[in-house]
Ligand binder design. Structure first.
Ligand SMILES: Cc1cc2nc3c(=O)[nH]c(=O)nc-3n(C[C@H](O)[C@H](O)[C@H](O)COP(=O)(O)OP(=O)(O)OC[C@H]3O[C@@H](n4cnc5c(N)ncnc54)[C@H](O)[C@@H]3O)c2cc1C
Length: 414
């Protein structure tokens, strides 16, 4: 059933965290031994610096940790990753130590931690250096156009190189050219919010807790870093973000200290700053004949729940599993029946997370006094309910929902 006449079995467009992870998973699966996998990536991999923590970090769930571990990409990350063992979430009108603040600890569910804060560039580097990716062909270039035929696709790069493959996977991020070229629409909107990110030196130790305070214009998160600083992700109205970007370091530090409710005392700017516009998008279709979308190419989500790349890794693991099982069963692994299984599985899981994250952003952005009061009552109920608390922790760990086997079964797929 495999398309031997093509240059590659699978061509992954975009070698970001999700595309590179998918390449590693396909290369590691013995059921797919002999498959020729290629990644088309526009930029060179960047080597992380040992003396600096990069500005872009992600909170990675336990599920992501297991997926990366399965392709030998977790071990090199581990010494640099900052585990967090507590989560504290509170409303603008409350306090981090009030009864209606949500406080979770890894100890209450018997887990060693609730996740890790890791630099994106380090994840990317660990993936590119993983021995699992050594058999993957890396094509440095930019996707220009796609042509689909009954039994495969032709990928054309901007410099004119052309390759034939059995399956194209679009892993080229939120502005996916793959999705655009295929004319796949998406539902969603720009939030009119921008995330300001920076590293801050806190007056008090972060105590390995991830903190998030919901302000009317968006949440402010302080994520612990291994060097004792915290990573700021402050989502706010775009005009306000522009103003924050323009403040001098003292002015910025003062504003962020106030906005964080002095939860860690005075916060001092200790890095550059960056601003990232926020949007929610969900592709109408994840698959077409000979095509699949994964990661931000299929969905972008508000960072308040720290889920974007975690969902992308689950997409990658699910697609790899579905392809592996089809190959093992002797079915056409690139056939629409196989691809639809992936689409049904991940689209519903992602829709749930996109919807609940958006609802949280709206709920906490609600300035109506009655809604704000009801919100605090709701928070105290969640805070007091062991069942709800457990469900929340399982979600944070990425261990809720319909999970691919690499997350639930140690040693899978061997
Ligand atoms: C402020 C902020 C905080 C976040 N925090 C978290 C968090 O804590 N936890 C979490 O899970 N997620 C978080 N996210 C989301 C996360 O960053 C994204 O979900 C993730 O980066 C998506 O990865 P990806 O590989 O799908 O896409 P991308 O990272 O966008 O990678 C796409 C790749 O495709 C390449 N590419 C694009 N076009 C082409 C082309 N035409 N040809 C060839 N190559 C191409 C690009 O060079 C790039 O390498 C956050 C996002 C933001 C904005």
């Amino acid at each position: 059933m495999r398309a031997r006449r093509h240059d590659f079995d699978v061509m992954i467009v975009g070698g970001g965290m999700v595309g590179a992870c998918l390449a590693g998973l396909l290369a590691a699966d013995e059921r797919l031994a002999g498959w020729r996998v290629a990644v088309v990536e526009a930029s060179e991999p960047r080597r992380p610096r040992d003396d600096a923590v990069d500005l872009r970090v992600s909170a990675l769930s336990r599920a992501s940790q297991r997926i990366l571990r399965s392709i030998d990409a977790w071990e090199p990350l581990d010494p640099h990753a900052c585990p967090y063992s507590r989560m504290i979430v509170w409303d603008a009108a409350s306090r981090p130590d009030a009864p209606d603040a949500l406080r979770f600890s890894a100890a209450e569910s018997g887990d060693p931690d609730l996740g890790h804060i890791v630099e994106n560039v380090r994840v990317q580097w660990a993936l590119s250096e993983s021995r699992r990716l050594k058999t993957v062909t890396q094509l440095r270039g930019t996707l220009e156009s796609l042509e689909f035929e009954a039994d495969g696709a032709r990928v054309v790069l901007a410099d004119g190189r052309r390759y034939g493959c059995g399956l194209v996977v679009g892993a080229d991020g939120g502005h996916s050219r793959t999705r655009e070229l295929c004319g796949i629409g998406r539902a969603g909107w720009d939030y009119g919010q921008t995330a300001v990110v920076a590293h801050l030196r806190p007056e008090q130790p972060h105590g390995y807790a991830a903190r998030q305070r919901f302000l009317p214009d968006g949440p402010i998160a302080l994520l612990p870093l291994r060097d004792g600083r915290v990573s700021l992700v402050w989502s706010t109205a775009t005009g306000a973000a522009d103003r924050l970007q323009g403040l001098d370091p003292e002015g910025f530090s003062a504003e962020v200290t106030t906005a964080s409710d002095r939860a860690l005392g005075r916060l001092e700017l200790a890095s550059d700053r960056a601003a990232l516009p926020l949007a929610l998008w969900h592709a109408h279709e994840y698959v077409r004949p000979r095509l699949a979308l994964v990661g931000d190419a299929a969905h972008t989500i508000h960072p308040l729940a720290g889920q974007g790349v975690n969902l992308g890794f689950l997409d990658a693991a699910t697609l790899a599993q579905v392809l592996g099982e089809a190959a093992e069963a002797g079915a056409d692994p690139y056939g629409l029946r196989t691809l639809r299984r992936y689409a049904r599985w991940r689209r519903s899981e992602n829709a749930l997370m996109l919807g609940s994250t958006d609802a949280l952003n709206r709920l906490f952005g609600e300035k109506n006094v009655a809604v704000a009061a009801a919100r605090r009552v709701g928070l105290s109920l969640v805070a007091a309910q062991p069942v709800l608390r457990r469900a929340f922790v399982q979600r944070a760990l990425g261990l809720a929902g319909d999970l691919p086997l690499v997350v639930t079964r140690p040693g899978y797929p061997s």
